[in-house]
Design a binder for this molecule. Structure first.
Ligand code: ADP
Ligand code: MG
Length: 696
């Protein structure tokens, strides 16, 4: 591909296409809707739809779809062709404003957590004009929000957009106080770094566990894992490189700012990072990126694994959510300023984020909770389940100096006091990074590192936007009408640091002693998804979301229900897959091998001149393991049946964790031991070594 600038966004109905194809007044009206969130009139929508259809059909599109993000965590689409019959048995290609702005998918089969009874199947999708339409596989995709007829959100995008509105409103209240009343819109920005594995399709199709659950349910450690640390940033293999090249090109056509690609720590693991953009667009783009990763891998005879923990004992995959707040004029509100006055504003936003993360630690944790991510958090490859903030040494010194009123001992050696006249120039050093922190300040943004690789980034950003909006609203309530504004800002900053400094931790998050320290500080440590979800619908959290118009109490309850159900279903599928594999593959294989050894023992036993110690020992070992296999399999089978009787979904999720999941681990341990002593020709599935080094 030579003309990358020319190809970039060529499949997107973006600003330049709009400008060239829409009449001026229509373009202006649409721009106003996009930049200020104003209502879109139907006559405007009609003109836009017609221009979109012409543009899309010229590029070969035959269908359109409302593209949305239901609670399944992936995207959904139902394709309609543009054809419309006219006289004489002919057709024309048509697309109306009504079809653009609103769709009515039969919504009964999407999870609603009880919000919409199945007999009331109607839901509707509504265009989100802030995210551009695009063409994918010959279909014009319209990014939409998905709601029930009574207006309840059935998707991840609606609450995300609401949370963006909330932070916009509250951040502008603060900016006005600092004399920045001209700001029309404040948005949050996100750059998600995405990790993934690439393996060969040949080995993948021989692993039903990967096919059904996305992760291996068995697998003994390979002789070579990641201990040599030779994969990270290593040279790309030609097949991987060809995949990445095509992925980049397809992403660029969709206007996705794919920027960085490299090998990750584990063998077969890689990462892609785009340049950041507005949060809802970043969310759409991340979904598309994951979809394209899967699709393009397939074209190259590869399979892209997006599960958080495809292989036990090998690093899993995460996603780093780089997050900041900026104005429509492009000013980053988490960028330390040039003047003392600007820095007072920066400090206020900074401490607002600190307070928000401290006040809503549980929600931050919940926003990344899933059965898959439970394998990573706290497993010394990802941050612990305890949420804390890393600020970097210098910024930390500054906050400490504000807190204690002591002299700031940093480079500038200035007495720390927040006043319009006395404030240090802020260090802008982004180099001292702490890779083990769940939430790290990296110079002009925060990096939230607890996300699993598959999660929709909507969830954590809904929480982050809303929690920060809430704190900003509390700050605005205090500061509006103040007669000594800067003095009151100073007091507020100081008080906030004092009350919330427990959440700041600059040490090693992987260290066991930190967990103990965190407990003493009173930080929450929600180790597993069922434990975390119990904290979801507390009074405090319901108040946060309802007050800021992000979720109604009913919507929250339904989401709580869906998350619990998802967890239980995931573990159930894993358990059933495991049982099936043991019965249909592991046991027959081991019996064949055992039979061969037993036969040899029997034959050699007749020949008393020979030493049988190897054969006898082997048979004894196999028999001991098959006995425990029988026991552990029976236990897992019993537990999966027993938990089915539990009707309360919170109790059910907990039972899946405490009973089924632990029985799975015990069964796995036996199978992995059997794998180690069974010759490769009998073992019914490709080994870890064969999978992890399958791409050559
Ligand atoms: P690292 O691997 O060191 O964390 P990367 O360069 O891979 O760094 O990723 C950093 C990410 O942060 C990129 O996606 C980048 O676009 C994003 N980013 C930079 N500035 C901002 C910002 N103001 N808001 C949100 N994301 C940002
Ligand atoms: Mg990072």
């Amino acid at each position: 591909m030579r003309d990358i600038p020319g190809v970039f966004g060529s499949l997107v109905f973006g600003d330049s296409v709009m400008r060239s194809r829409l009449p001026k007044d229509i373009y202006k009206a649409l721009q106003k809707t996009i930049s200020q969130g104003t209502h879109l009139e139907l006559d405007v929508a009609n003109v836009v739809a017609s221009a979109m259809k012409d543009w899309a059909t010229e590029l070969g599109a035959t269908h359109f779809t409302h593209w949305f993000q239901p609670m399944t965590g992936i995207t959904a689409e139902k394709h309609d062709s543009f054809i419309s019959p006219v006289d004489g048995g002919k057709i024309i290609m048509e697309f109306s404003g009504k079809e653009l702005v609103r769709g009515e998918p039969d919504a009964s089969s999407f999870p609603s957590g009880g919000l919409r009874a199945t007999f009331e199947a109607r839901g509707y999708t509504a265009w989100d004009p802030t995210s551009y339409a695009f063409i994918k596989d010959g279909t014009l995709c319209i990014p939409t929000a998905f709601c029930s007829y009574s207006g309840e959100a059935l998707d991840k995008k609606t609450p995300l957009l609401r949370s963006m509105q909330a932070i916009d409103k509250q951040a502008r209240r603060i900016l006005r106080l600092f004399g920045n009343g001209e700001v029309k819109r404040v948005t949050t920005t996100v750059g998600p770094e995405q990790e993934y594995f690439l393996i060969s399709k040949e080995v993948y199709i021989k692993r039903p566990d990967l096919i059904y659950t996305g992760r291996t349910l068995f697998g003994a450690r390979p002789p070579k894992g990641q201990e040599l640390e030779d994969h990270y940033f290593g040279a790309l293999k030609p097949r991987v490189s060809a995949f990445m090249k095509e992925l980049d090109e397809e992403l660029w056509k969709l206007g996705i700012l794919a920027k960085t690609k490299h090998n990750e720590v584990a063998p077969a693991q890689h990462e892609l990072a785009p340049i950041f953009t507005t949060t809802n667009i970043a969310t759409d783009h991340n979904q598309l990126t994951m979809e394209l990763m899967r699709k393009i891998a397939d074209k190259h005879g590869l399979v892209c694994l997006l599960h958080e923990k495809p292989f036990a004992g090998i690093n899993g995959s995460g996603k780093h959510n780089n997050w900041s707040i900026s104005t429509d004029a492009g000013a980053n509100l988490l960028e330390p300023g040039e003047t003392p006055y600007d820095n007072a504003q920066f400090l206020l936003f900074l401490v607002a984020v600190i307070k928000a993360v401290d006040d809503y630690q549980d929600l931050m944790r919940i926003s990344v909770a899933s059965a898959g991510n439970d394998h990573r958090l706290g497993a010394n490859e990802a941050p612990p389940a305890v949420v804390s903030i890393f600020l970097g040494e210098e910024l930390n010194d500054i906050l400490t100096a504000i807190d204690t009123g002591a002299a700031y001992q940093g480079k500038e050696k200035i007495q720390m006091e927040i006043g319009a006249t006395v404030l240090p120039h802020f260090p802008k050093d982004t180099t001292d990074r702490n890779r083990t922190s769940p939430f790290a300040f990296t110079g002009n943004k925060f990096e939230f590192r607890m996300l699993g690789s598959t999660v929709s980034i909507a969830e954590p950003n809904i929480v982050l936007n809303t929690a920060v909006a809430e704190v900003l609203s509390q700050f605005a309530d205090k500061l509006e009408g103040s007669s000594d504004f800067i003095g009151d800002v100073a007091k507020l900053v100081k008080k906030t640091i004092r009350n919330h400094k427990r959440i700041i931790f600059n040490g090693n998050g992987y260290d066991d002693s930190w967990i103990e320290d965190a407990r003493e500080r009173g930080l929450s440590n929600l180790k597993t998804t069922p434990e975390a979800l119990a904290a979801f619908i507390t009074k405090k959290n319901i108040e946060l979301f309802t007050k800021n118009d992000v979720y109604t109490a009913k919507e929250l309850e339904s989401r709580h229900e869906i998350f619990l159900e998802n967890y239980a279903k995931t573990i159930n599928i894993e358990a059933l897959t495991m049982i099936d594999l043991v019965n249909k593959k592991v046991i027959p294989a081991i019996i064949t091998y055992e039979n061969e050894v037993a036969e040899l023992v029997r034959l050699k036993g007749k020949l008393s001149a020979y030493d049988n110690s190897l054969e006898d020992g082997l048979l004894a070992r196999i028999s001991k393991l098959t006995a425990s296999l029988a026991k552990k399999l029976a236990e897992l089978e019993e537990e999966t049946v027993a938990v089915r009787g539990i009707t309360d979904s919170a109790k059910l999720a907990a039972a899946y964790r405490e009973r089924v999941f632990s029985a799975m681990n015990e069964l796995r341990a036996v199978v992995d031991e059997l794998e180690l002593i069974t010759p490769a020709k009998y073992w019914p599935m490709p080994s870890y070594g064969e999978i992890l080094y399958s791409v050559i």
